[in-house]
Design a protein around this ligand. Structure first.
Ligand SMILES: Cc1cc2nc3c(=O)[nH]c(=O)nc-3n(C[C@H](O)[C@H](O)[C@H](O)COP(=O)(O)O)c2cc1C
Length: 227
């Protein structure tokens, strides 16, 4: 499978979230060989969408000739788009959001009703794409935290999406926390294998991965004590 990893953390390979993403990809490789290409979004030149809609009327060419042209080609050449990002203000970091906005050329201005919502009609064929979101965050709580980012992802990619959210993510970069992070990464790896084999992850496994690694109060006390 051709996998395009969009690393939305400005910390690049030092990203807490990328520990989770790497474990997931290892699991996918346990099932079968994978062709993986990773983009550190922060390093790419991606102008902000101006909202001119020129791309939707001219067959799909943006007014900007920047790195997004090559990224759009890569997206269309992929089987799986994997968004790996830390939760920033309950959403995705700005550079990744800028990239998402610039996928406008993939659809035309025409709208059609699908169920009870409208969407733009594609002007490129991305029907085979599957979408994965892996999101880490700094607070210990998942509820009242991940919901806006999850809702946005589901709305943008209503079909073929899978979502992994993991609280207390800074612990993945703390060697002293290995006693709890290593078992969690093994679960993530298991989920990657399951996803590669079946296209899905058990709800119970998703819930286990999304639970705090140490009790919320203990995590908060450690964070507060270190200040
Ligand atoms: C600008 C900014 C906004 C953040 N917003 C949230 C948030 O809404 N909820 C949360 O739990 N953590 C938040 N965090 C913490 C990060 O999600 C956390 O540090 C994460 O582990 C960083 O992951 P990374 O190393 O992959 O970039 C925020 C951090 C920054 C810098």
């Amino acid at each position: 499978m051709k996998i395009l990893v969009l690393n939305g953390s400005p910390k690049r390979d030092k990203s807490d979230t990328m520990h989770i993403t790497r474990a997931f990809l290892e699991g996918m490789r346990d099932a079968a060989p994978q062709e993986i290409h990773e983009i550190d979004v922060i390093d790419r030149h991606i102008e902000y969408c101006t909202g001119c809609f020129a791309c939707k009327r001219n067959g799909g060419t943006c007014i900007y000739d920047d790195d997004m042209r090559a990224i759009l080609d890569e997206i269309l050449d992929s089987d799986l788009l994997l968004f790996s990002f830390p939760l920033y203000c309950y959403g995705m970091p700005a550079p990744l959001k800028a990239l998402l906005d610039r996928t406008m050329p993939l659809s035309s201005m025409a709208m059609r009703k699908v169920g009870d919502r409208y969407e733009h009609v594609g002007q490129a064929d991305f029907s085979r794409l599957r979408y994965m979101m892996i999101c880490g965050c700094g607070f210990p709580n998942s509820r009242h935290n991940f919901e806006p980012a999850v809702a946005q992802f589901k709305q943008c990619f209503p079909c073929n999406h899978t979502i992994l959210t993991i609280p207390e993510s800074p612990m993945f970069n703390a060697p002293e926390a290995a006693v709890v992070t290593e078992p969690r990464l093994r679960l993530v790896r298991k989920s990657g294998k399951q996803y590669a084999e079946t296209g899905e992850i058990d709800t119970s496994l998703l819930a286990e991965i999304g639970s705090p690694m140490i009790p919320e109060e203990q995590y908060a006390a450690i964070v507060n004590g270190g200040m």
